[in-house]
Write a protein that binds this ligand. Structure first.
Ligand SMILES: NC(=O)c1ccc[n+]([C@@H]2O[C@H](COP(=O)([O-])OP(=O)(O)OC[C@H]3O[C@@H](n4cnc5c(N)ncnc54)[C@H](OP(=O)(O)O)[C@@H]3O)[C@@H](O)[C@H]2O)c1
Ligand SMILES: [Zn+2]
Length: 373
C-alpha cells in the first residue's frame, strides 16, 4: 500500500454552491483577506494541484504572493513556491499559460490517454510530464507525488477535480469558503458533481473550525481519510522501534481537533520499557486544553496491563483527557490479554478501528509470530 501526501481541498463557492458562473471571465467569490489566508495555506504546502480545465479557463499563476512567506519557505530550506501540479486526459495545455510561465516553481503534468508524448515535446523544460497510462488513477498520482517528496498537497479545484478526489476518499481536510451571494446560472460550475461520497448523511464530516473573514465564512472539515492518513503515519513510525522478541513495535501520534500534530512516539524510543502511546503522551504538557478534543492514533490497541511499568496506556490516555482513539490492530493475546478498546469505550471514549491497516502492523511485527520464539 503506497504512501500519499496529506491532501487539503480548498474551494470558494456562492451560497447556492457555484464555483463559477457561465461567463468567460473568472468569478471573484472571495475577498482580499481570504485570498491572503489562501496564500498562507499555499505557503504551508509542498504542491498545489488544479485541473486542466481550470488552467484553460482561469489561467491561474498558483504562486505564493507574499514575499515574506516565500522568504520563510526558503529560510526553512524549501523552494520559494510550492510545486504546481495538473492532470489532463486530452493533453490540451497551452505552454504560454501562467501555470507554466509565472514564477520559479517546479511543475508536473500527469497525463493519461496517450497524450504524454506530445505534451513532453510541446512543454520541453517547462514541466515534468508523467505518463499514468490509459486511465489516470488518483492514487497512483498521489503515490508519485509522495516519491517526489510532496508531503502536503493543496487541491484547488475545479469541480471535476474536487468531485474525483472527494469521491475517491483521498481528501483529508476540506476548506470551504461561502461567499454571500447567489449565482443561479444554469451554465455555471457547481462545487462538486454527483457521485458517491464517503461522507453522506450517515457519516458527517468533523467540523474543525468556522471562521468569519470579512463577509465570507470559512468552514474547515476533517474527513475520514485524515484518520487513515494519521494512522498510517503512526504505523510507519513503528518501523523505527528498536527490535525485541518480547514486545510489539508500536507507533503513536496525537493530533489536535484542528488536524495538527501535537506529539508522536514509538516503543522503546527513549528507554527499553517505553510504550509508544506513553512516549507521545509525555510530550504534551499535562492539562493542555487541546488534549480534550485530540485524537490518539496508535498502530496497536493501547494496553490495559503491562509488566514493565505501573500504568498501562489505556489508563494513561484517559488520564490525559483524550476522548478519541484510532487504532489499526487489536492486540493479539501473545504476551498479555488486552482490553484496551473495551476499557476506553466504557470510559466514554470513541474508538475507531481501521482494520484494513492491521495487516501492515502485523507485518512489521512478524518476527514475534515465528515458530521458534
Ligand atoms: N471557486 C473556486 O474555488 C475555484 C477553484 C478552481 C476552479 N474553479 C472553477 O472551476 C471551473 C473548472 O472546473 P471543471 O470541473 O470544469 O474542471 P477542472 O476540475 O479544473 O479540470 C477538469 C479537467 O482535469 C482533467 N482531469 C480531471 N480528472 C482527470 C483524470 N482522472 N484523468 C485525466 N484528466 C483528468 C481533465 O482535463 P482534460 O480536459 O485536459 O482531459 C478535465 O477536463 C472553472 O470555471 C474555474 O473557474 C473555481
Ligand atoms: Zn502500552
Amino acid at each position: 500500500m503506497p504512501r500519499r501526501p496529506y491532501v487539503v481541498a480548498s474551494a470558494a463557492m456562492s451560497v447556492d454552491g457555484y464555483l463559477d458562473d457561465g461567463d468567460v471571465t473568472r468569478l471573484l467569490l472571495s475577498n482580499d483577506a481570504d485570498f491572503d489566508r489562501v496564500d498562507d495555506v499555499r505557503a504551508s504546502c509542498d504542491a498545489i494541484l488544479v485541473g486542466a480545465e481550470t488552467i484553460r479557463r482561469d489561467d491561474p499563476r498558483l504562486l505564493v504572493r507574499s514575499s515574506l512567506r516565500r522568504q520563510a519557505r526558503v529560510a526553512a530550506g524549501r523552494p520559494a513556491n510550492p510545486w504546481k501540479v495538473t492532470l489532463t486526459g486530452s493533453g490540451d495545455l497551452d505552454p504560454n499559460a501562467a501555470f507554466f510561465t509565472a514564477g520559479e516553481a517546479g511543475r508536473i503534468v500527469y497525463a493519461a490517454g496517450g497524450t504524454a508524448g506530445s505534451l513532453t515535446d510541446r512543454l520541453g523544460d517547462l514541466a515534468v510530464v508523467v505518463d499514468l497510462g490509459e486511465r489516470l488513477d488518483l492514487s497512483a498520482l498521489l503515490a508519485d507525488l509522495w516519491v517526489r517528496g510532496i508531503r502536503r498537497l493543496l487541491v484547488e479545484g475545479g469541480s471535476r477535480i474536487h468531485t474525483e478526489f472527494l469521491t475517491a476518499g483521498l481528501v483529508d481536510e476540506l476548506h470551504l469558503v461561502v461567499a454571500p451571494f447567489f449565482v443561479g446560472d444554469p451554465d455555471g460550475t457547481r462545487f462538486v458533481g454527483a457521485g458517491t461520497f464517503p461522507h453522506g448523511p450517515d457519516q458527517r464530516m468533523r467540523l474543525a473550525e468556522v471562521r468569519q473573514i470579512g463577509d465570507v465564512v470559512l468552514a474547515r472539515y476533517l474527513l475520514a481519510a485524515a484518520d487513515h492518513f494519521w494512522l498510517r503515519e503512526a504505523i510507519e513510525l513503528s518501523r523505527l522501534c528498536p527490535r525485541t522478541e518480547s514486545a510489539y513495535a508500536v507507533g503513536a501520534v496525537i493530533v489536535d481537533a484542528e488536524g495538527r500534530e501535537l506529539a508522536r512516539g514509538y516503543s522503546r524510543e527513549t528507554d527499553p520499557n517505553d510504550h509508544a502511546e506513553e512516549v507521545a503522551l509525555s510530550r504534551v504538557p499535562p492539562g493542555d486544553p487541546r488534549l480534550a478534543t485530540a485524537t490518539l492514533y496508535s498502530s496497536l490497541e493501547p494496553c490495559t496491563s503491562r509488566a514493565s511499568r505501573p500504568r498501562p496506556c489505556a489508563e494513561l490516555t484517559l488520564a490525559a483527557g483524550i476522548r478519541r482513539v484510532v487504532i489499526a490492530w487489536r492486540e493479539p493475546a501473545l504476551f498479555v490479554d488486552c482490553h484496551g478498546v473495551e476499557q476506553l469505550r466504557e470510559a466514554g471514549a470513541e474508538v475507531v478501528e481501521i482494520p484494513e491497516l492491521a495487516p501492515l502492523v502485523r507485518e512489521i511485527n512478524a518476527h514475534l509470530f515465528t515458530a521458534d520464539r
